[in-house]
Ligand binder design. Sequence first.
Ligand code: ADP
Length: 395
Amino acid sequence: MARVTLEHVTKRYEDVTAVDDVNMEIEDGEFVCLVGPSGCGKSTTMETIAGLTKPTEGRVSIGDRDVTNLAPKDRGVAMVFQNIALFPHMDVYDNISFGLRLRKYDDEEVRRRVEEAADIVQLEGMLERMPDEMSGGQRQRVAIARAIVRNPDVFLMDEPLANLDAKLRVHMRTELQRLHRQLETTIIYVTHDQAEAMTMSDRIAVLDAGELQQIAPPLECYNEPANLFVAGFIGSPSMNFVAGELTRDGLETENFSVEFDPTGVPGAGPGDAVTLGVRPEDVHLVDHADSLARPTRRIEARSDVLEPMGDEIFVYLVLADQAERSMEEDPLESPNQLLMSVTPDTDIGEDRDLEVVLDRSKIHLFDTETGDALLHGLDDLTEPDADTTPTEAED
Ligand code: ADP
């Protein structure tokens, strides 16, 4: 077990900065996911920890040791990759024990470690199988067992479940969490799948264009995203964003306004471009908004496309008149669209006129220019006519 520290780690290739001044402290025994879109620098960050690549600048420490210039084998790390490279001509036992035998451990110690690891990943009774007699999930467990026998201080896993089918991936996620509980070892895990990161980790490190955007527990990234990038990346479907401008009375967007005292918004004032963010589950039909303590005023909308998911229905709402919509507009980028999620028993159809409200406590405000979050939830802001119900608040 060991803490992993990255200090000002930068990795530049000829014309790309793959990792840009990343600072991160991963606690002893913590499960941290590095997450972000393809090309954001996840693997390169991991490789600097593993020792497979040397940072152009900065320092990597494992425990109390500066390992920046150490070879991978001297770092106390074990790696599991997406492509499970098992030796096809060796059985499971030989595959798992290969590294130990190479390091000349005595036979008894090798057997003890292999059996213990096989037990942890539930491969008992399969030690004599050949790789081509096993499923993808079983092969991946062999790869994990091979890492376990090395008794590392830190596990490094780079998309280890990416090649498995969806059902097995979900199953293996649970197994990895169990493994982490059992071994209590630091795990650093790379994935582009935000759902995988949300479900497994103690903390998520969100990267974009080589830069660390936020490192925080999953729900904190979800409820208090540091900026527009994290807000849009974490959560599926993505948060709605509506461009607007702060006024003396609150926020004005093309199709609706939200009233509050703007002096309560730190770092922005009237005239500033501010983006409103709201998740689909925080958009409510007026008739279903009784439970909301502080809804916004009513917003007129028309239901466009419905996507029934079984446990919820996604409703694409159009805010402006159909006639005002430009045909070229990309519906996903349009300021005139909102995605709402409702329960499956909701009486709703396509092409209906509706009225919706937003949950004021779940509205996020972002600086449009920098993308930085200004405020999560409008609860603390004074609201003019705070006592008016949505019905009475109609202009
Ligand atoms: P991710 O794992 O998030 O997909 P990577 O860390 O693999 O991202 O890559 C980050 C960026 O660095 C990408 O733009 C990639 O093309 C670039 N890159 C990675 N490795 C090399 C390399 N060996 N030579 C040149 N560019 C590289």
